[in-house]
Design a protein around this ligand. Structure first.
Ligand code: SIN
Length: 283
């Protein structure tokens, strides 16, 4: 297995390995260790049916079902992300971490490239851990005292009198209630395996607990912009057969919408997580 770092802070590309539910434990452990170390891994040259992708991903934990997008009819655990040649809106085109709008957000996301544009359609990643570490001590202290309130994109769209199903017309998207309960999370989250802090905020964060939306917006935008600085990111260029796995407790991602007129089709599976905990230096 060849592991090559993508940038100074984040991401690795992996080749010369074939993933499966029966791959040797040593190889699987090496993949998991790379994921924990680099936050996101792009494994090249895989050939996976939905059932094979699912069998592999089950090794990471129980499967999480997206509440607002149905899975494939023949494999409900697998969600298809599709933008056709005729569409201009894509799914996931802003900085976010998966299922942050739920009390127990997804631990991992595993995205498999089936059809990708000849150019464009890359996915950007930003390191939430380095985002926290690179704040001044005074700002770290402020951030540690804050909590975010989060809402799904589907519910945000409904709040603007829009329709999730229409926005993502080629996907099996469902509607969400405008009054979907908000999920509260610490702004600085502790990674349950490494104990490291992460600045946990993104597209789903609509305000800070105790603050109005107008007061919250500049702060939320500041933290996201701070994390999205170029030196804090990496970028995955897709090819058919690329399988990218990321740790939603450590990275934000952003699907770049720069390929109008071309088709992009991916299969996504997410792994269930647990309630978030606030970072404590002492832990
Ligand atoms: C997502 O899971 O947000 C979509 C990522 C992508 O399509 O690159």
């Amino acid at each position: 297995m060849q592991i090559t770092r993508l940038t100074g802070v984040l991401g690795a590309e992996i080749s010369d390995v074939t993933v499966s539910d029966t791959m040797p434990a040593g190889d699987f452990d090496a993949l998991k260790a790379a994921l924990l170390e680099h936050g996101v891994i792009a494994i090249r040259d895989q050939t996976l049916t939905p059932a094979e992708q699912l069998a592999f991903v089950r090794r990471f934990g129980d499967i999480h079902f997206h509440p607002h997008v149905q899975g494939l009819p023949e494999q409900p655990e697998v969600m298809e992300i599709l933008k056709t040649e005729a569409e201009t809106t894509n799914f996931g085109s802003d900085w976010h971490t998966d299922q942050m709008f739920l009390a127990s957000p997804a631990n991992y996301t595993c995205l498999y490239g089936l059809e990708v544009p000849t150019s464009g359609g890359d996915t950007l990643f930003a390191c939430m851990r380095n985002g926290y570490r690179s704040l001044s001590p005074a700002m770290q202290k402020v951030a540690c005292g804050l909590k975010t309130l989060n809402r799904s994109v589907a519910s945000q769209i409904a709040g603007r009198s829009g329709s999730n199903a229409t926005t993502y017309a080629s996907m099996r998207a469902k509607e969400a209630p405008v009054d979907e309960p908000l999920a509260e999370h610490p702004l600085v989250r502790q990674h349950p395996e490494t104990g490291e802090p992460s600045l946990y905020v993104g597209l789903h964060s609509i305000r800070l607990a105790g603050f109005s939306e107008v007061e919250s917006r500049p702060l939320i935008d500041y933290f996201i912009t701070h994390m999205a600085r170029p030196e804090n990111t990496c970028r995955v260029r897709w090819a058919p057969g690329t399988l990218t796995i990321w740790d939603n407790r450590r990275v934000l991602h952003n699907a770049i919408n720069d390929y109008h007129g071309q088709r992009r089709r991916m299969h996504r599976i997410t792994v269930m997580g647990s309630p978030t905990t606030a970072y404590s230096e002492a832990a």
